[in-house]
Design a protein around this ligand. Structure first.
Ligand code: NAG
Ligand code: NAG
Ligand code: NAG
Ligand code: NAG
Ligand code: NAG
Length: 436
């Protein structure tokens, strides 16, 4: 056995890290990155904060990817009978940090393109022990659904180690006991019609399970301790038009108080709850970057300290025909941490990541209360919006800045009085505090 010194140190770190929390020994990880791996095609991903590994549902190969963002090492786990089977895809993945177990869902290639009209075939939930590198169990979800519902696409856990699987055609929840032996159709809608698209994403917080994507456009909450799943509606304040959605996610860095929803063609919507998800507030949507045609947003995920958008490249033509992998090798992960922080009003020193040489010269005007003034003309151009948390100016002492913040906004959002804190528009420039 050949063990280098650094490998020994890493092994020791893994043992002493606090379970479920950031490993403080690992260097901060943030910023855009790209995984160079032929035919990776991620559909969903989950990060294990204990081991620092990113688990990826590799769509067309129907396999599990295990990526180490710190070393760029990538490992592929194939499942016999499932991986490279053209009748199966792999998507939803969730790691139970406490045990190191990874659940991954294998679904059919036709149900999403046919909007639930074709759900024929076997579907699987696999539990994989990432420490022992072995499959723990596999559940035939078609046996549970009797082939009447499908679109299984994400997983999460309750604190007792039960796994919940969300299906979208129609919206269902299946509960699987820790040992994989007891499989319960836990929530089913009144009418089972596979072409009624429903829930697309789930995320657990303690014993509660948040679910999203139902036709009603409501955010739902279930008590996982109940015998059967009964949804209650979480009232969401501030108007939000619900676009087609996919996975939802509660980033660790916000202590389960912030929910991210992937809106396929719109971006990551940000919701915040200050009362344990009795109610929530829509904070705004982080838009999508420029994308190739056919590319859609499938999931948000926290990796290290960063929040990332994951894309599916449905515009690529499959080398083996429709529903197979294309020829792509580069899979970029786009860091949206700053935008999410901004929508949450968390503007602190962490935002000073922009290097000094990228600085933009000071502007010739400034915002005072609600008016934009030009230094050249003195013209006052009243705006219907204003910046919040900028420099404090005191009317009594004139234009003087009496307090300068120790931080600045980068890519500031335009806020409207009408919509309060909505980030309506992102500016390509920023203020740097410092005075006149
Ligand atoms: C996908 O499978 C192909 C073989 O069909 C292989 O060349 C490629 O490396 C695989 N990619 C991943 C990410 O598993
Ligand atoms: C999975 O369950 C379905 C429905 O009961 C059954 O038809 C199929 O044979 C099962 N698949 C396997 C591989 O056992
Ligand atoms: C299912 O719903 C679709 C409309 O979404 C309808 O056309 C179809 O008749 C329904 N099927 C059944 C069996 O009720
Ligand atoms: C919310 O938005 C919808 C659709 O844009 C609109 O019909 C509705 O009137 C709005 N509700 C409020 C309270 O603004
Ligand atoms: C990948 O496939 C596209 C067509 O789908 C083609 O235009 C492109 O040249 C291919 N790239 C490589 C590296 O083979």
């Amino acid at each position: 056995m050949h063990l280098t010194m650094s490998a020994l140190i890493l092994a020791a770190t893994a043992v002493t890290a606090h379970p479920g929390s950031h490993s403080s020994r690992r260097p901060p990880f943030q910023g855009d990155f790209t995984i160079n791996q032929y035919q990776l095609y991620p559909e969903n991903a989950d990060f294990d904060f204990k081991t620092g590994k990113l688990y990826i549902g590799q769509l067309w190969n129907a396999s599990l990817g295990i990526y180490d963002p710190y070393t760029q090492h990538h490992e592929v786990v194939d499942f016999p009978g499932i991986s490279h089977n053209p009748l199966l895809n792999m998507g939803g993945v969730g790691v139970e940090t406490r045990t190191g177990r990874v659940s991954i869902v294998a679904n059919g290639p036709l149900e999403f393109p046919t909007n639930g009209a074709n759900i024929a075939g076997d579907r699987w939930l696999i539990s994989y022990d990432a420490k022992q590198k072995k499959e723990v169990y596999r559940v035939n979800l078609t046996a549970t659904s009797q082939g009447k519902y499908g679109g299984f696409q994400d997983v999460d856990y309750d604190p007792a180690g039960n796994t919940f699987v969300v299906g979208s055609f129609p919206g269902t929840l299946t509960k699987v006991s820790k040992d994989g032996k007891r499989v319960t159709p836990w929530y089913l809608p009144a009418t089972i019609n596979s072409t009624n698209k429903g829930l697309t994403g789930i995320a657990t917080v303690g014993w509660d399970l948040l679910a999203y994507g139902d036709e009603s456009g409501e955010l739902w909450k279930f008590d996982t301790r109940a015998e059967k799943g009964v949804p209650t509606v979480v009232p969401v304040s501030r108007n939000h038009t619900f676009a087609p959605s996919d996975a939802i996610y509660l980033p660790l860095k916000y202590g389960n108080k912030v929910l991210l929803v992937a809106h396929s063609a719109a971006g990551v919507s940000v919701f915040e709850s200050k009362d344990g998800w009795k109610s929530a507030k829509y904070k705004g949507t982080v838009p999508l970057p420029q994308l190739d045609p056919g590319t859609v947003l499938v999931a948000p995920v926290q990796i290290g300290d960063g929040i990332y958008q994951i894309f599916a490249y449905f515009g690529d033509s499959g080398l083996g025909g429709q529903g197979t992998a294309g020829n792509r090798t580069q899979f970029p992960f786009h860091d949206i941490s700053d935008q999410v922080d901004m929508l949450l009003g968390k503007c602190d020193k962490e935002h000073q990541r922009r290097s000094e040489d990228e600085e933009i010269p000071a502007s010739h005007w400034y915002y005072k209360v609600h008016q934009r003034r030009s230094e050249e003309t003195g013209a006052v151009n009243p705006a219907s919006w204003y910046y919040k948390g900028q420099e404090r100016r005191d009317e009594a002492v004139g234009e003087e800045i009496i307090e300068t913040a120790g931080w600045y906004y980068k890519g500031h959002q335009r806020r409207s009085e009408q919509f309060e804190e909505a980030g309506l528009e992102t500016a390509g420039w920023y203020y740097k505090s410092g005075g006149s």
